[in-house]
Design a binder for this molecule. Structure first.
Ligand SMILES: Cc1ncc(COP(=O)(O)O)c(C=O)c1O
Length: 393
């Protein structure tokens, strides 16, 4: 019988923290492919293009120049200075070099943000469906995620919805635009509503701008650029999606005091700074121009339009997402439980997707199709779906 007093057990705060189901799908697809099966992969969340050569050469240069030693744990000065200039110019955020912290990807920026501002028993407003790890990060800080249904809130008014959902314990709002998984892009007016609500209730905003360069309709508004918001917002970014650098693990955040001191401590004691040569390479990535982004954006739009029109045509109703690189069709005609629907499509049509339910209750009845893939994959995946749906369920 296990000794109830045994100390060989995990810390309690991990009790409520789950693993990512997205990883389970990825593993299943890898196993199928290893067994020689052809799988039409829409489960991923990685750009379809490789890291630009200039960035790879910058890494090699850094290695040749022995830029391989400890860097300041908050990031190398030239990178922080370039990021501050980018934040001020492109995002219109009032940020100086000391307001920028380099992190190990956007995930790490978000992790330290939640750890820095949440106490046990706090509540966090979380627009749902949401990127799955966010709930686990909030749980891991022993706080409680309060799911705000995005689509309903946009119909009924964000302020009214946030008013009904907020509790006296509410400390923060997680604000992700463009959103994963539904591709929602909040408008400037919506950003202003959320900002006004945060100010009225004295809340902190954790703004996740991982997909800032992937907006096809409307504009990307950094909530920290709105009046009075920079001091209450921790804005998080990543090199992963904009620059095809998912494996490099470089991201950053912008914040003011009193948060910055705590955030610096958390980066210091978690990773003691991001890999030095990777930071020099990231600096090179920042020299990509707006034309480069526009060209990329056109390629994504082409993929989006192809996939969304194909899904609608075969009977999986799908709104046109305004940003990011995911489509989120309704699939209750396949099965009302999205987990089952995803299983059926993988087994019967060899089409890999992510069940909507893993992105929160509001995602149920949907599947997430990532379209950051080749045009051929989109064609062949749609063809496989068409054949399967024609054949009857
Ligand atoms: C909404 C959102 N935020 C942040 C990230 C973090 O990305 P990374 O840790 O690769 O920088 C992702 C990655 O999928 C994401 O979808």
């Amino acid at each position: 019988m296990p000794d109830r007093k045994s100390r060989l057990k995990l810390a309690k705060r991990l009790d409520e923290v789950g693993f990512s189901e997205i990883v389970n799908v990825r593993n299943r697809v890898m196993a199928l492919r290893a067994a020689g099966e052809i799988v039409h992969g829409f489960h991923g969340g990685e750009p379809f293009f490789d890291t630009p050569d200039a960035v790879k050469y910058a890494m090699t240069r850094a290695l040749a120049e022995n830029k391989t030693r400890y860097a300041p744990s908050s990031g190398i000065e030239p990178l922080r200075a370039a990021l501050a200039a980018k934040l001020a110019g492109k995002n219109k955020i009032d940020a100086g070099v000391d307001d920028v912290l380099v992190t190990s990807g956007g995930a790490h920026a978000l992790y330290v943000a939640f750890q820095a501002v949440l106490d046990p028993g706090d509540d966090v407003l979380l627009f749902s469906p949401f990127w799955t790890p966010i709930r686990e990060m909030i749980n891991g800080a022993q706080a409680r995620p309060l799911l705000v249904p995005t689509a309903a809130a946009r119909r009924h008014g964000l302020t009214a919805t946030l008013e009904t959902m907020a509790t006296p314990e509410t400390r923060a709002i997680y604000y992700n635009t463009p959103q994963n998984p539904a591709g929602t892009v909040f408008t400037r007016e919506e950003a202003m509503e959320v900002a006004a609500f945060a100010k009225k209730r004295d809340l902190i905003v954790i703004a996740d701008e991982a997909y800032e360069d992937l907006v096809y309709e409307g504009e990307h508004v950094s909530i920290a650029s709105l009046p009075g918001m920079a001091e209450r917002t921790i804005s998080t970014y990543t090199f992963s999606k904009s620059y095809g650098m998912t494996g490099w693990r470089v991201g950053y955040l912008a914040a003011k005091e009193p948060f910055m001191t705590g955030l610096r401590k958390l980066v210091l004691y978690s990773v003691n700074g991001v890999s030095t040569p990777s930071q020099w390479a990231a600096l090179e990535a920042l020299s990509l121009t707006e034309q480069d982004f526009a060209a990329r954006s056109g390629q994504y739009r082409e993929r989006r339009d192809l996939l969304v029109s194909g899904l609608n045509e075969i009977g999986l109703p799908c709104e046109t997402p305004a940003g990011a690189f995911y489509a989120f069709p309704r699939v209750d005609s396949i099965h009302k439980e999205s987990r089952k629907a995803a299983e059926i499509l993988l087994e019967k049509a060899r089409v890999a997707t992510i069940p909507g339910t893993v992105f929160g209750a509001q995602g149920e009845g949907h599947l997430r199709f990532g379209y950051a893939t080749s045009i051929e994959t989109i064609h062949s995946g749609l063809e496989a779906l068409r054949r399967f749906l024609k054949g009857g369920l």
